[in-house]
Write a protein that binds this ligand. Structure first.
Ligand code: PEP
Ligand code: MG
Length: 840
């Protein structure tokens, strides 16, 4: 038996591998090697089980012969990855009239009856596939239940319950093997990432009953709290029970450790409790993982049936990995590899301050953690418009569909009337790290009127401020105080280890002091993109901006810009102070000017009044400036070339802020970035003006400073001509949002209408605005990087489009030799960890 790897006894030297016998068989072998009290176990390989499913049974008598003839058996699944599922375990195989009689003497009739009934129930449902309703009438705890079960079985199956242990075992093995190969089981595990040909192993194990005289029972134990990861013996135990009964609902299971809330295993069987703790500690050290121990106690004696990796929250995953490394059980690099980067999202979000007053207007399912405040909007388009104005919004929908994804990207939080934890909104919300509440059915969603009506009759309309607490599921009116993410010591330690391994820089895209502070808190290595137009959207500045648009002469324009200058300078001083010692890359003004003009008649009238000009002037100017295709029109450097005063003002604000911020702290070395470049000459023109402003500021202030000039590569032509462009600048930053838009000829703002159809029909594997198109856009990135580097070997290369934080894009950028990626501040830790894992 030992020599046949298809059916092998689990001994220290048996040829058992996860890839051939599954994780459970391998784990049991490790426990055997540790000399833990594991019942005798036999492992059936994937190929043996596959043959069983095809009808070729192994020699059952030989299998049965391995075990003590007086003992019952159980069969458990052993797949390569426990997450792929598998058929449920079947316990007490071998139970028949003879053994029942023997067990009645040894354990007493009630215990023997209970074991038999349990086996019959499992066998009837899973092996004989009888209708479970047949047994509903019988109360298994009643006197005479066993006889009633026998009658019911015989009536339904047209034959008596099989008595031959070999026949029982063969039927169990066959049913489990076939269940694994059934279509629905296959589809289910494939959805969890299992390959089409994933195998199932089975382990046949001697049963330790868990019922009988003295202290008998079963349970699970682990040494940590699965939510926080803190050291704490947790688990449950149930006297006179088997399998995972202690975890079942409605059973009176007890605590393990002494507990004021009730009796504990430590009270009942202190020696067994101590032994279990020792065993779990040994498993932790030798299996190099926090393990949950599945055990049975038989008359006070401990048996270990299994060990599984402790299921854990993301927070606990970080703490466990760090503690294992601090205890010298795994290396720091292994700890870094053990945490899934995207899982950090759960740790990173803002929460409503528990001390804040909560004006709860409704509740739903807490589908994605974190909290966010914003203006209520009822369509994806409104969410995008709100994002364009840099106004945080909460997207409210009855339920979301793929067409809403772009709106969700633009929103700060999402609220839906329908759906559950796996609904579209919930899944996408979690993926985006977006606070999300679904299934808020107590609140009335009046979508045609764009209103949210609470049970007590309060009405919330478009533009009203609400808060979504995706951690508790509460919808709140207004804007309660928030707490920034609690980043504990374990998180910081893990991130510092990640940084030791990482070989690509991670910066943040940050437009406001708050963004910059978050970036700093997450140890971003500077700001990779500050979109300055954001700074003009505040109401007070907007009016000044509009005045500038309406300025008739260059002198008029200059005088308005003079008023904008101190505002911009103050913004930059704040950013430099927060990011002290780190690079800050400021992008010059990018969007078309008409975006600053009101589109509604009321807005136009208000503007006419504010500027004291006729309404017809406002209308005319708006018409003059309107473009058929503004994304490809007068924006970015084109504006800088044709209305150079704006860039002059921004450059001056940057330089004056540089001098100011350098007075108190480390010297600031700003990076100035020119957007939407497509030709070398554009760079030359802007560069000479910025140099002139720098010279003027140096002369006026009598102070020197250094600055870096760079270009945003976001048109295909800039990528193709990166060689000649790079000669004039010290860095190139690839803007993959526009580059994707222009490479595909696909509007960033309109693609949502057909994107889901495109992805569904397999035209695009994914939305290229979310996942970098390595084949096409990626080729332009590579080409641009190569040409830029060839012409200017010292040029710094970065990426700052939305793709920057994706682990897949980071991998691409590393391989293409980029110096850094820049992503939204909340994605910085995810990016740091992902980058470290790529380097290990
Ligand atoms: C880009 O185009 O990739 C970019 C970062 O700039 P924006 O998204 O502001 O156009
Ligand atoms: Mg862009």
């Amino acid at each position: 038996m030992q020599n046949n790897p298809d059916t092998t006894l689990v001994t220290p030297d048996a040829p058992i591998k996860i890839q051939t016998h599954g994780g459970r068989a391998k784990c049991l072998q490790r426990l055997v090697r540790l000399d833990l009290p594991v019942p005798r176990t036999l492992a059936l390989s994937f190929s043996a089980v596959h043959r069983i499913a095809q009808g070729h049974l192994p020699d059952i008598d030989r299998i049965v012969g391995v075990f003590d003839a007086n003992l019952l058996l159980c069969v458990r699944p052993s797949s390569e990855d426990p997450d792929w599922g598998g058929p449920g375990a079947i316990l007490n195989i071998g139970m028949n009239a003879t053994r029942h009689a023997a067990l009645c003497k040894r354990l007493g009739k009630p215990a023997a009856d209970a074991l038999y009934v349990r086996f019959m129930q499992a066998y009837a449902a899973n092996v004989a596939r009888l209708d479970p309703d047949v047994f509903d009438e019988v109360d298994p705890n009643q006197e005479g239940a066993l006889e009633k079960f026998h009658d019911a079985y015989e009536q339904e199956a047209d034959e008596p319950f099989p008595q031959d242990p070999g026949q029982q075992l063969a039927a169990v093995l066959k049913s489990m093997a076939r269940a694994w190969e059934g279509t629905s089981a296959r589809l289910l595990r494939q959805a969890k990432g299992a390959p089409a040909d994933a195998g199932l192993g089975l382990v046949v194990q001697e049963m330790i009953p868990g019922l009988g005289q003295g202290e008998c029972g079963s349970g699970v134990l682990q040494l940590i709290d699965p939510v926080t990861g803190a050291p704490q013996v947790t688990g449950r135990y149930l006297s006179q029970s088997q399998g995972r009964d202690a975890l079942g609902a409605g059973r009176q299971s007890i605590y393990l450790q002494k507990d004021p809330r009730g009796p504990s295993l430590e009270d009942l069987a202190p020696a067994a409790f101590a032994a279990l703790q020792e065993d779990a500690a040994l498993m932790r050290v030798r299996l190099r993982e926090e393990m949950q121990v599945e055990f049975v106690i038989e008359n006070g004696r401990v048996h270990i049936l299994d060990g599984v990796r402790v299921p854990r929250s993301s927070r606990a995953a970080v703490r466990i990995a760090v503690q294992l490394a601090l205890d010298g059980i795994i290396t720091r690099q292994e700890a870094v590899m053990r945490v899934e980067p995207r899982a950090l999202n759960e740790l990173l979000h803002r929460q409503v301050d528990p001390r804040a007053t909560r004006d709860v207007i409704g509740t739903g399912i807490a589908a994605s953690p974190g909290a966010a405040t914003g203006r209520a909007v009822f369509t994806g388009a409104e969410a995008q418009a709100s994002a364009a104005r840099r106004e945080p919004c909460v997207l409210i929908r009855r339920e979301t569909v793929p067409e809403d994804v772009r709106g969700m990207h633009a929103a700060a939080a999402v609220l839906t009337e329908k759906g559950g934890m796996t609904s579209h909104a919930a899944v996408i919300g979690r993926g985006l790290g977006l606070p999300c509440i679904v299934g808020a059915s107590g609140v009335r969603f009046n979508m045609s009127r764009e209103q949210l009506v609470t049970p007590d009759g309060r009405v919330f309309r478009t533009g009203d401020i609400i808060t979504i607490d995706g951690t508790s599921g509460q919808i709140l009116a207004g804007e309660p105080e928030m707490l920034e993410p609690a980043l504990d010591e374990a998180f910081q330690t893990l991130m510092s280890w990640a940084d030791e391994a990482r070989d690509i820089g991670i910066r943040a895209n940050a437009d406001t002091p708050e963004d910059a502070q978050t970036a700093r808190n997450f140890d971003a290595q500077g700001i990779g993109l500050c979109r300055t137009e954001h700074m003009f959207f505040e109401p007070a500045r907007l009016l000044v901006m509009r005045e500038m648009i309406f300025a008739e002469t260059s002198a008029d324009r200059a005088s308005v810009l003079e008023r904008l200058l101190p505002m911009q300078r103050a913004d930059f001083i704040q950013l430099f102070r927060i990011m002290e010692g780190q690079p800050v890359c400021i992008r010059l003004f990018d969007p078309p000017l008409h975006e600053f003009l009101p589109t509604t008649r009321t807005g136009q009238r208000d503007l006419a009044e504010a500027l004291d000009i006729p309404l017809s002037d406002v209308v005319r100017r708006a018409e003059e400036m309107s473009e058929y295709n503004p994304m490809l029109g007068m924006r970015g450097v084109r504006l800088g070339v044709t209305v150079p005063e704006i860039y002059d003002m921004q450059a001056r604000a940057i330089f004056e802020a540089t001098i100011e911020a350098s007075r108190e702290g480390a010297p600031v070395e700003p990076e100035i970035m020119i957007p939407l470049v497509s030709a070398r000459r554009e760079v030359e023109l802007v560069k000479s003006r910025i140099d002139a402003v720098a010279a003027a500021v140096r002369a006026e202030k009598g102070r020197d400073f250094v600055y870096q000039l760079g270009v945003m590569v976001e048109t295909p032509r800039a990528a193709l001509r990166a060689g000649e462009i790079a000669q004039h600048v010290s860095f190139l930053s690839f803007g993959t949002n526009d580059l994707t838009q222009m490479t595909y000829g696909l509007s960033r703002d309109d693609a949502g209408r057909f994107m889901s159809a495109y992805v569904q029909k397999g035209v695009f594997p994914e939305d290229p605005f979310h996942v970098l198109d390595i084949d096409g856009v990626g080729e332009l990135l590579k080409l641009g990087a190569e040409r830029g580097r060839a012409a200017h070997p010292g040029v710094t290369l970065g990426i700052c489009g939305e793709h920057g934080g994706n682990p897949e894009s980071i991998s691409f950028c590393r391989e293409a030799g980029f110096d850094y990626v820049s992503c939204s501040p909340f994605r910085v830790p995810v990016a740091r960890l992902a980058a470290a894992q790529l380097a290990i």
